[in-house]
Design a protein around this ligand. Structure first.
Ligand SMILES: Nc1ncnc2c1ncn2[C@@H]1O[C@H](COP(=O)(O)OP(=O)(O)OP(=O)(O)O)[C@@H](O)[C@H]1O
Ligand SMILES: [Mg+2]
Length: 251
């Protein structure tokens, strides 16, 4: 994670659009999205089904490319990268947590956490091992590291996925409905884990349908029909007020 303070954005989106064009119709999934995310912020992205939340997260996570606009990630102009450069930057700077965990079933929990690090040219063997172990410790999964993903409960699988996401020390953690497949007890465990990571300095952007989860973030961004219709600071980051939230005309 970077040492930058909250006034320097980790992420800056300028006039981002995403149009999906099929033969029959054009979908404007995102329209004129302007968003600055500072170091240490915990942002909830909400809005009804189809409003563009996952599309936005895919662009933030360099899995998808905007149709127009500019994306700056930790000082890199992500809009101008080749596919390979994007993949490298993604592996280093982005940690993903998905609703369906997305662990690889024939690798152990340890190997799942280790895998993305093995593609990193800047990390050597002992450093990789140390990072995997410390990430597993943070989520309380060291005792199950030799298990395969089908053995632990859903909550434990998601904790393993969180370990995989944080092991690379990314600039930002992106979570798309991280509690969507969990019962309320495990959802609470994962939410508390995200809150703890954020208190320890992680920058988090979480998509959620659940208003109660959204209220636990520091900043609330709501989309409607591909546009940001609300961007509100709910509480301060480390005692400092984020100046990244923008005044948005509410529809
Ligand atoms: N690959 C695609 N091709 C065409 N249209 C797409 C594609 N992906 C998403 N869309 C459309 O873009 C819009 C935004 O979709 P997106 O998945 O981002 O919404 P969402 O807010 O994540 O919804 P949900 O809450 O149901 O997950 C929708 O109208 C969707 O149908
Ligand atoms: Mg979605």
């Amino acid at each position: 994670m970077t040492d930058k303070n909250s006034s320097q954005p980790v992420i800056e989106l300028k006039a981002i659009t995403r149009v999906y064009a099929t033969e029959a119709l054009e979908t404007h999934a995102l329209q004129n999205i302007n968003l600055r995310i500072g170091q240490g912020e915990f942002i909830a992205i909400a809005g009804q089904s189809g409003c563009g939340k996952s599309t936005l997260l895919s662009i933030l996570g360099l899995l998808d490319v905007a149709s127009s606009g500019e994306y700056l990630l930790d000082g890199h102009n992500a809009s101008q990268l080749s596919r390979d450069e994007r993949a490298r930057l993604r592996n280093k700077e982005i940690g993903f947590i998905f609703q369906s965990f997305n662990l690889i079933s024939d690798l152990t929990i340890y190997e799942n956490v280790e895998l993305p690090l093995t593609y990193r040219q800047d990390l050597k063997g002992p450093e990789i091992e140390e990072r995997v172990m410390s990430a597993l410790e943070v989520v309380g999964m060291t005792t199950r590291m030799d298990h395969f993903p089908s053995q632990p409960s859903g909550g434990q699988q998601q904790r393993a996925a969180v370990a995989r996401a944080i092991a690379g020390k990314p600039a930002i953690l992106l979570a798309d409905e991280p509690c969507g497949n969990l019962d309320s007890k495990n959802a609470e465990i994962v939410m508390r884990l995200l809150e703890k990571l954020n208190r320890d300095g992680a920058t988090i952007c979480m998509v959620t349908h659940d208003p109660a989860s959204a209220r636990r973030a520091q900043r609330y961004v709501e989309l409607f029909d591909g546009q940001i219709v609300q961007d509100e600071v709910l509480r301060r980051v480390n005692g400092e007020k984020s100046d990244n939230a923008q005044a948005v005309h509410q529809i």
